[in-house]
Design a binder for this molecule. Structure first.
Ligand SMILES: *[C@@H]1O[C@H](CO)[C@@H](O)[C@H](O)[C@H]1NC(C)=O
Ligand SMILES: *[C@@H]1O[C@H](CO)[C@@H](O)[C@H](O)[C@H]1NC(C)=O
Length: 257
């Protein structure tokens, strides 16, 4: 059995290799999923992250017109957010490109263990809410998303391993598992090898909330397995309900700014 630390090292090394291969974009893609109906997930953001030597990619999601939630390991020197995208590198009319004004990573984020892998991005200006760009509901304190709940995860990450990232948004159904969840993390996986891969980091785990309203319950964080196509192990998500107070404390006053 590999330790969490060894597993993470694999994860981070692989990201670097993939970044180089993609010569421009990086981050965890969807394995064995399907192409999303264009703009059916209007809260999804494509993040272009400027690192020291290269650009990387991540997912994220719009929770207020000027606030994106993503994974802390998607931090960089600068981030540009693309909303309303399906084919991210095409000049789609629906797209809105907004630079990030401020990155707020969790104070207790640990880049070795990926604990508290959560980050808020304040946008330089508000997104315009359109048919293709909308916010997603956050869970409320009394929502319950137990083991066995079927949720969806979407992203532009790798579609095979080794492999390439996807030009178009892809999605896959996964189920919240038993036993491996903790107060701060949710683990989930689809049938066989269905799940996330490099490039999908930061995207939302979307589960049916009250009245079946799509609700952002998790944030793609890391894989608890040797590689994306290994059918054993889980995808690990930040448990959003555990961070509601933290999120509110960071955006409470200044989200109108
Ligand atoms: C990845 O893309 C490159 C360049 O388009 C292509 O040559 C290669 O076959 C692709 N790899 C996979 C595994 O699809
Ligand atoms: C921007 O969005 C926030 C909510 O996130 C809202 O409170 C504020 O009024 C908006 N600002 C403008 C200029 O529309």
């Amino acid at each position: 059995m590999i330790t969490r630390e060894a597993m993470l090292r694999v994860f981070l090394t692989a990201i670097t290799i993939i970044c180089l291969r993609l010569a421009g974009v990086s981050g965890v893609n969807i394995i064995d999923g399907t192409v999303a109906v264009p703009h059916s997930r209007p809260y999804i953001a494509f993040l272009i992250i400027t690192k020291e030597r290269q650009l990387e990619m991540c997912g994220g999601f719009l929770i207020y017109p000027n606030v994106i939630l993503t994974a802390a390991h998607c931090k960089g020197k600068a981030i540009t957010v693309i909303l309303g995208a399906h084919y991210h590198s095409k000049n789609e009319k629906s797209q809105q490109r907004i630079p990030v004004q401020k990155m707020i990573t969790h104070e207790a984020y640990n880049d070795m263990t990926l604990e508290n892998d959560i980050m808020i991005l304040k946008l330089q200006f508000n997104a315009t809410i359109t048919k293709e760009v909308k916010t997603i509901r956050l869970p409320s304190e009394d929502d319950h998303f137990g083991p066995g709940t079927t949720c969806l995860v979407a992203g532009w990450g790798l579609t095979s391993f080794p492999g390439n990232s996807s030009n178009v948004l892809r999605e896959v159904a996964v189920k919240i598992k038993e036993h491996c969840n903790s107060a701060s993390e949710i683990c989930a996986r689809g049938i066989d090898k269905k799940g996330t891969c490099y490039g999908d980091s930061g995207g939302p785990l979307v589960c049916p909330g009250r009245n079946n309203i799509p609700t952002a319950v998790g944030i793609v964080s890391y894989m608890n397995r040797e590689n994306c196509e290994d059918s054993h192990g889980s995808d690990m998500y930040v448990n959003v309900p555990a961070y509601l107070k933290w999120i509110k404390s960071k955006i409470g006053v200044s989200c109108s700014g």
